[in-house]
Ligand binder design. Structure first.
Ligand SMILES: [Zn+2]
Length: 503
């Protein structure tokens, strides 16, 4: 398929998004399936479709790539998955760069949570409540069931969902809008038809998972009620997306409360601790600062909030302040705030990693490197630490340090090969070390995981034509090309289908 076809499709995606509010799209959550009508998705297909959605989101820079936050949301999600109806199901949790209060699930256990939702939540249990709800959509196979009923619709569903997210950033439409409007009625109706039953089931099962995992089961009702009040009390306030997809009705809150009563009679072991809550607050501010377009403004906000903060919030607000200072180029001031935080928690890597970065930016690159080397020694499996250390090594521009960074990252690449940040850092290390062929391989992986599969394939094939590729690398790259062929064939099939639909 030519490049022009791909570019021609983009306006259609955006136009489609404009006339399809996320309210409907969220519950559709399904890609355009290439298989024949009536056949169920295999777990492999489900996971391929979900992965593709994640890669596409990365392509438009909607995924917050941060190893510390990734680890946090993964651990939080898996506390729920372990006690869900299908603990063996694989899940991928990720943080989405969007201020909308929303979360969503896609086939294959891909669950995205928006920064906006994290930022609005007042406790870890509230975030967990939403995650438990999304996990239940996956474990109850709502997506697969929805797929069966959606097969009659001929529109590219996955792109509808993705496009709706895109629309929140891109408001330019064009003439193709009219072409897709025809299918809208059908799509909306179908989405709404399976929504209510599935939503209640996700609530019901989610709340039990939440309680079993030791979170506050009232968080779900509380969060919904609070969002509902905020919406009603001020009609000019835009309705949060999660409410549009999950309308808060009195009965929904009552049911959630009744279920809590039932759980209360047989209380599970509550493992929620003050430490978890403190960690949540730190990560909430981290997500907020890392996605802010105006970190300098946040500096003022945090300073003001710190003056009146109660004891429980001082550390997280100071952490937000430190990161906002760091992001707005005030490294020395950031260093000061991080040192205050480290007095109470000298071993906290969430403080130590940005401290080393602040140290480097403040002019002490050698000190920062030594600090990160010490951290890397004590935390050999910690992705965020190893990435920060490798970054600092790469920043020296020295060949020997590139070789060192390669060695440091090899076990991380083996474990987190599907993480584009890890692959990109490894690629830079390879270049510095003079291992150009190995760098190209890593660049191809970056392309694949950031939604550029054609580039990835091209790069791998070009690599095979290069002289000086050793036997082992050649075998590895040839195997990778073979591995990707079914995926590429699937993309081709779907492009052809979409081209037919557009014309
Ligand atoms: Zn739902």
């Amino acid at each position: 398929m030519s490049r022009s076809v791909r570019t021609r499709l983009l306006p259609a995606i955006i136009a489609f998004a404009l006339c399809l509010p996320f309210a409907q799209a969220q519950n559709v959550e399904l890609p355009d399936m290439g298989s024949s009508a009536g056949s169920l998705l295999s777990p492999e297909e489900e996971s391929r479709y979900g992965a593709r959605m994640l890669y596409e989101l990365r392509r438009v820079d909607m995924v917050l790539e941060d190893a510390l936050l990734d680890d946090y949301i993964h651990a939080l999600g898996y506390r729920l998955v372990a006690l869900s109806e299908r603990p063996e199901q694989e899940f991928t949790f990720f943080v989405v760069r969007s201020d909308e209060i929303n979360a969503f699930a896609a086939p294959g256990g891909y669950v995205g949570i928006n920064v906006g939702l994290m930022h609005t939540a007042e406790s870890e249990s509230e975030v967990a409540a939403v995650l438990a709800h999304e996990v239940a959509h996956v474990t109850q196979r709502h997506l697969v069931r929805a797929y069966e009923s959606m097969q009659k619709a001929t529109l590219p569903i996955a792109l509808a969902m993705l496009g709706a997210i895109l629309a929140s950033r891109n408001t330019s439409g064009d003439g193709t809008e009219a072409a897709v409007i025809g299918g809208m009625g059908l799509l909306q109706q179908q989405a709404i038809n399976f929504t209510r039953h599935n939503e209640y089931e996700a609530d019901r099962i989610g709340i039990f998972t939440l309680a079993k995992a030791g979170f506050d089961p009232e968080a779900m009702a509380g969060f919904f009620a609070r969002m509902g009040r905020a919406t009603r009390s001020n009609s000019s306030v835009e309705v949060p997306e999660f409410l549009r997809t999950h309308p808060v009705t009195a009965s929904r809150i009552t049911e959630a409360k009744n279920r809590v009563e039932a759980i209360r009679r047989n209380p599970p072991a509550v493992t929620e601790s003050a430490a978890n809550e403190a960690r949540f607050r730190l990560m909430r501010e981290r997500a907020h600062v890392l996605t802010s377009s105006e970190p300098a403004k946040l500096v003022d906000t945090y300073r003001r909030e710190l003056r009146n903060a109660d004891a429980a919030h001082v550390a997280s607000l100071r952490y937000g302040l430190a990161l906002a200072l760091l992001r707005s180029g005030q490294a020395k001031a950031a260093l000061g705030e991080l040192d205050v935080l480290l007095k109470d928690a000298p071993n906290d890597l969430a403080f130590q990693i940005p401290r080393a970065e602040a140290q480097r930016l403040a002019g002490d690159a050698a000190g920062a490197l030594a600090q990160l080397e010490a951290l890397a020694d004590v935390a050999p499996d910690h992705r965020a630490v190893q990435l920060a250390y490798a970054d600092a090594l790469n920043a020296t521009g020295q060949k020997a340090n590139g070789q060192r960074a390669m060695a440091v990252l090899r076990p991380i690449v083996a474990k987190y090969g599907a993480d584009p940040t890890t692959q990109a850092t490894f690629a830079r290390a390879c270049e510095l070390a003079g291992e150009d062929a190995r760098a190209l391989e890593a660049h191809a992986e970056v392309a694949l995981y950031t939604g550029r599969p054609y580039d990835a394939m091209e790069q791998l094939k070009r690599l095979l034509e290069r002289p000086g590729v050793d036997y082992y690398q050649r075998a590895r790259v040839e195997a990778r090309v073979e591995e990707l062929k079914p995926y590429m064939a699937e993309l081709e099939r779907q492009r052809i289908r979409r081209e037919d639909q557009d014309s």
